[in-house]
Design a protein around this ligand. Structure first.
Ligand code: UD1
Length: 460
């Protein structure tokens, strides 16, 4: 290895054993998507869950963190990365297309080095697979002075525009145009600090603007910023790379721009949505599970509801122990999704699956996305009694669900159907599970280890 390269690598506190140079990953998201597009999960209901499950690093934290590596020429190392997820591979492919060297190791270590950005354009082909690709726009624009990212377009859970991201960049001096389906952003003399007030505390817009502002001239203030733990993690990582960010976790974030960022080593926080999903699973099936590497603090909104429903959630010796006596009825409560710290939209479908089996009736109101009830007709096919009224769903508890052939069109809806299958009478086939591969690492093995009867089969 040439000495200068060796020195660059030495500037990062690398864990051992790590390869001398990052290995370029072989990523073909298309192959991955095709392989799993027709896969299904066969679930046989009725088993209570018992045992231990290790919670993976958070997908929604890892994606922006990998994008942050664009902001420095130095290598950046992440640990606890959910490297098995399709979304991580898709983003890696996009970063590689910019010229970033990406090494993903099976033990969750990712090493990225953006010493030579060769392209500033994110193609439709890669962006359409994953909306989070838009998070490359801020870092590329800040570093190179221009960027071109395909518009992500709509998705199953709503139109999901990116106007809040673009409004922030414009405030920071970028010229933005939309041409042939691409967002073209330029700031030839660099971005400057600005006061940016978000019309809605968008998670992605907060992250994108915060990353871009680290290299802007002067101070940026983001008002009505999102407060999700993934934003705090991103800000902490950027600070360890030399950024000057304060106020993360509150609704006002200040970023004092710096000349350049440097390499760092950072651990991805645990996936609170995966942890919440397992908590809801055991609430539904009964049993007792121990969550390892989980953090319940950011799940307070769910934990309170689970305890009210009759589920025990305790922290013991650094683990989270969740149990429910299957003989006792569950009592459901109304929920309304909203930005953190309120109830997360990413747990709404799973909570509704639990509510379907609770005593009495409950109402689920979705305020974050306008079309996030695709799981309702599928749950009803399994015997649930749910009626949609505007952005609310009224759930009348039933005694039993019954196995059926079902299909979901997004990640969290898919896992909600798996949870329903775990308690339904007979066999449930959840079709087109590539959504699950986007966001849940080793889901089948994790459930099987807890005693569930789940297997991957060829679907329709
Ligand atoms: C992130 C999460 C996603 C989660 C969501 C809300 C990642 C990779 N994904 O998505 O799992 O469900 O937060 O907690 O972290 N909006 C606009 N204009 C914009 C941006 C957003 O109108 O420019 C709207 C969206 O259409 C949506 C709402 O704001 O209705 C919330 O979106 P946002 O918080 O930006 O979610 P994402 O960052 O896309």
């Amino acid at each position: 290895m040439p000495t200068d390269q060796a020195n660059t690598w030495a500037s990062v506190a690398l864990l051992s054993p790590v390869p001398d140079t990052p290995q370029q990953v072989e990523v073909d998201a298309d192959v991955l998507a095709k392989a799993s597009a027709l896969d299904a999960l066969r679930v046989v209901g009725g088993n209570a869950l018992y045992g231990r499950v290790t919670i993976s690093g958070a997908k929604n934290a890892a994606l922006p963190l990998l994008c942050a590596a664009i902001l420095t020429r130095d290598p950046v190392q992440f640990t606890n990365v959910p490297v098995g997820l399709a979304d991580i591979k898709t983003l890696s492919a996009l970063l590689i297309s910019f010229g970033v060297t990406v090494g993903l190791r099976s033990d969750g270590v990712a090493i990225l080095r953006a010493d030579n950005i060769k392209s500033t354009s994110a193609s439709y082909d890669l962006v359409r697979k994953m909306r989070a690709s838009i998070l490359t726009l801020g870092p590329i624009l800040a570093r190179e002075g221009h960027a071109e990212v395909s518009l992500p377009g709509g998705c199953a859970i709503g139109t999901r525009p990116v106007d809040i991201h673009l409004g922030g960049f414009e405030k920071m001096g970028a010229k933005i145009s939309i041409e042939n389906g691409y967002i073209k952003a330029s700031a030839p003399n660099g971005l400057h600090g600005a006061k940016v007030e978000l019309p809605f505390p968008s998670v992605g817009a907060t992250e994108n603007i915060m990353m871009a502002a680290t290299l802007a001239k002067g101070k940026t203030t983001i008002q009505n910023a999102a407060r999700e733990p993934e934003i705090v993690a991103l800000a902490n990582c950027l600070n360890s790379m030399g950024a000057a960010i304060s106020g993360q976790g509150t609704d006002t974030i200040s970023i004092q721009g710096v000349e350049q960022l440097h390499g760092a080593s950072f651990e991805v926080i645990p996936d609170r949505i995966e942890a919440g999903t397992f908590m809801l699973a055991v609430a539904m099936t009964g049993g007792k599970i121990i969550l390892e590497k989980a953090d319940i603090e950011p799940l307070e909104s769910l934990v309170t509801l689970l305890q009210e429903a009759g589920v025990s959630v305790e922290e013991e010796n650094g683990f989270v122990v969740v149990s429910r006596d299957p003989a006792k009825p569950l009592k459901g409560t109304d929920i309304m999704t909203a930005p953190f710290p309120e109830f997360p939209t990413d747990l709404q479908a799973q909570y509704m699956a639990m509510l379907a089996l609770c005593e009495g009736a409950g109402m689920v109101t979705e305020t974050v996305f306008e079309n996030r009830f695709m799981h309702v007709p599928e749950l009803n096919r399994m015997g649930a009694n749910i009626r949609i009224q505007g952005n609310s769903a009224i759930v009348r508890g039933v005694e039993k669900l019954s196995g059926a052939n079902v299909m979901a069109t997004d990640l969290r809806a898919s896992v909600a159907l798996v949870l329903a299958g775990l308690v339904a009478d007979g066999e449930t086939t959840v079709n087109r599970i590539y959504h699950l591969d986007r966001g849940y690492e080793n889901l089948v093995d994790k459930f099987r280890n807890l005693g569930a009867e789940v297997e991957r089969v060829k679907g329709q």
